[in-house]
Design a protein. Structure first.
Length: 350
């Protein structure tokens, strides 16, 4: 009996310590995140809710009052952290845009000459994503702006052969010297296209401006395709540096009078301070704005469930966003992230 009690105490002690570590990682100091494995711990923080419930159940069954109290505190802290992503949100999108997007009839096509656009970002897994499924999704969801990460020259050719240019005839790519590229495809003409925009040590971030019209007014949104370093063994410092480079750009440009959308694989979650520093100057995460849940995007198409929210669509005050969602695409280990955007300065947009 003594041996059983000792084993139970050790098990509950380990579970309790893990629950506390993962829960408190929501509030982990910025400087700790580049310590090996700490980025992974904070990325998995939302899933601690499952472990907390299991630990609470064991503690309650074995009448461990202190452990129950600690787990109750963890549940409260998890709720505080996760709550902003759930619930009912008043959409930022104008009634006209909501009406346009509500009609998803199969015979309806996207209109590049209106006030809004459905956009999509996808890490194509070094060119392994199913190009036909991408083109089909673009057609069915009426995508007008598509950002792709980890493309290759052969993948670009396959995508063109699959018919992407029938829907999105304009595109800009980053440099291919590193082996993979980032790219932006658009239905409307590209304004001021650039193969690199933000000075990043991770990869080149292509950018292009799209013009929107509505209520007799013309407005522009600049789209930037992002792909940062993954926090793997030996690259934790580089991971932090790549995110810091975006946050430095954000601090300078979030309120410079240009409407921006940053979309892509940030390899970071909203639980992490390095990612939050990108948002703080004035950017907002579409998933949080629309209260559409945590939107776990990686990994996918494998034996594990999606565990981390590392693919994002971010907008500044020049852009209204709504209808954030995710879609599975065969062949890649990332989900696509979709949202609807419109310039915030078009009359009647609120």
């Amino acid at each position: 009996m003594t041996s059983r009690n000792t084993g139970l105490k050790i098990t509950l002690g380990v579970l309790c310590a893990l629950c506390l570590l993962f829960t408190l990682s929501w509030w982990m100091p910025y400087s700790w995140e580049t310590v090996p494995l700490m980025a992974d711990i904070s990325a998995l923080a939302p899933w601690t809710l499952v472990l907390i419930i299991i630990t609470f159940a064991i503690a309650a069954y074995s009448r461990r009052g202190i452990t129950c109290i600690v787990m109750s505190l963890c549940l409260v802290l998890q709720g505080v952290a996760i709550f902003p992503y759930f619930g009912h949100a008043d959409t930022e999108l104008s009634p006209a845009t909501r009406e346009i997007m509500a009609d998803m009839s199969t015979d309806k096509v996207a209109n590049p000459n209106d006030r809004c656009a459905r956009i999509m970002t996808l890490n194509v897994g070094q060119g392994r994503a199913d190009v036909h499924e991408i083109v089909r999704t673009v057609s069915e969801k009426r995508i007008e702006v598509l950002a792709l990460q980890e493309t290759t020259e052969s993948f670009i050719t396959e995508l063109e052969n699959a018919g992407i240019e029938s829907y999105l005839p304009n595109h800009i790519e980053s440099d291919s010297s590193s082996g993979t590229m980032n790219a932006i495809y658009t239905m409307a003409s590209l304004g001021d296209p650039s193969p690199t925009s933000i000075d990043s040590s991770a990869s080149d971030f292509p950018a292009a401006t799209v013009t929107f019209t509505g209520s007799g007014k013309s407005s522009k949104i600049r789209f930037i395709c992002v792909h940062t370093t993954s926090p793997k063994s030996g690259s934790f410092s580089q991971w932090g540096r790549a995110l810091d480079e975006i946050s430095e750009w954000s601090a300078q440009h979030a309120s410079d009078g240009t409407a921006y959308v940053l979309l892509g694989d940030f390899n970071a979650t909203s639980t992490q301070k390095h990612f939050q520093r990108i948002l703080n100057p004035g950017f907002r995460d579409a998933a949080r704005v629309t209260k559409s849940g945590m939107q776990f995007t990686w990994p996918v198409n494998g034996p594990l469930p999606s565990l981390a929210t590392i693919d994002h669509i971010l907008v500044n005050s020049g852009v209204h966003v709504g209808d954030a969602t995710t879609v599975k695409i065969k062949g890649t280990d990332h989900k696509a992230v979709l949202a609807v955007v419109e310039p915030s300065d078009i009359d009647g947009s609120k």
